[in-house]
Design a protein around this ligand. Structure first.
Ligand code: PMP
Length: 360
């Protein structure tokens, strides 16, 4: 039976990449040892990381004005690194809040600087919604503006990009990096924990405008120091080598299928199939306003919560795993990241249809 894994993260990775990793697990590049067993400073590893960065630059069209860092500590590591590196002149960090993760960033930031949260949620009648970017009121001066374009738990995606005359725009793209085309030049710093669209957990990609590396920021641990990491080629200390290798393989794979443009087309098709089915059903509902529905994380609710357990166990028997919603919002959640094939979404919809029929 084919198993489709809808986990929000760590999430499924492209099967072709997993097979390749398996094939070369014990013998990487004919060296007779695993990629996990070689020095991060060895020639083959350095060649791999060079190509990995080049591949990501091609995929996202990242110019020379940006540094690409491969850091430790996932998304939350960056919740600390951003204020520690970007705090300037005692100005507050501004945090746009549209869900659980963006609020998490505010709480962490508040340990290091004045963290000014701006709540843009404007739920109506139990429907999740947000104020559109064009209507945000941002303060005149700030160390940075932080926002989360895709709230993994709430299923809210922000498709427009904010701008500010002086403050850098920082985006937590942990759950939507590489899922659709963006213009990197609209951002000053993009970061993304790897475990959804990139590779195994632990690794975090940081794409930062080089001019920002001159900021002194606050006293910080060296492993969270952007300028130091840039100077050291992201190897100030031993990097998460296996995660880095797998990220390189995922980037290679993405390039081979036609890059982010193709990925976006597939992602839009998958999301549409699922939302269309939910919207026409009176058994399931999605609470997110149409203009900010995530292409990656689709929360949905059964009309009767008492059926949740049966839904989850029967789904699992049908090979559809990890559909339980986050405990904070309840219900179900289908995470349909880049690696989820359209067949997985079709199988989910077919199961949902059958379950609704049997339980209506
Ligand atoms: N930001 C977002 C949008 C996330 O989805 C997550 C994790 N699901 C995080 C930050 C935290 O990432 P990590 O667990 O890697 O610290």
């Amino acid at each position: 039976m084919t198993v489709y894994n809808f986990c929000a993260g760590p999430a499924m990775l492209p099967p072709d990449v997993m097979k390749k990793a398996q094939q070369e697990f014990l013998d990487w590049q004919g060296l007779g040892v695993s990629v996990m067993e070689v020095s991060h400073r060895s020639k083959p590893f350095l060649a791999m990381v060079k190509e990995c960065e080049a591949s990501l630059r091609r995929l996202m069209n990242i110019s020379d004005e940006y540094e690409v860092l491969f850091m430790h500590g996932g998304g939350r590591g960056q919740f600390a690194a951003v204020p520690l590196n970007l705090s300037e002149d005692g100005l507050p960090g501004v945090y746009i809040e549209n869900g659980i993760w963006s609020k998490g960033a505010t709480s962490e930031g508040a340990k290091y600087l004045e963290a000014q949260g701006i709540d843009i949620r404007n739920d109506v009648d139990g429907k999740f919604s947000i104020t559109p970017v064009s209507e945000w009121t941002l303060p005149e001066a700030a160390s940075f503006i932080h926002y989360c374009p895709n709230e993994t738990i709430d299923g809210i995606e922000i498709f427009d990009v904010p701008s500010h005359p002086t403050a850098p725009i920082v985006a937590d793209m942990s759950s939507n990096i590489l899922s659709r085309e963006i213009n990197v030049n609209d951002f000053d710093l993009i970061y993304a924990g790897a475990q959804k669209n990139i590779g195994p957990s632990g690794l975090c990609i940081v794409i930062i405008k080089k001019t920002l590396l001159a900021r002194k920021g606050l006293v910080k641990p060296s492993i969270l120091d952007y300028a130091l990491e840039a100077q050291q080629g992201s190897m100030y200390n031993t990097p998460p080598t296996f995660a880095w290798y797998l990220a390189a393989e995922v980037f290679k794979y993405l390039e081979s299928i036609g890059g982010v443009k193709e990925m976006e087309a597939r992602n839009r098709e998958k999301a549409q199939i699922l939302y269309d089915y939910i919207d026409q059903s009176d058994f399931y509902s999605n609470k997110v306003a149409v203009h900010c529905r995530s292409l990656m994380n689709v929360p949905f609710w059964l009309k009767d919560d008492a059926l949740n357990e049966a839904f989850l166990s029967q789904a699992e028997q049908a090979g559809l795993v990890a559909l339980e919603g986050h405990r904070i919002v309840g219900g179900m959640r289908a995470s349909i990241y880049n690696a989820m094939p359209i067949e997985g979404v079709q199988a989910l919809v077919a199961f949902m249809e059958q379950f609704a029929k049997e339980n209506s």
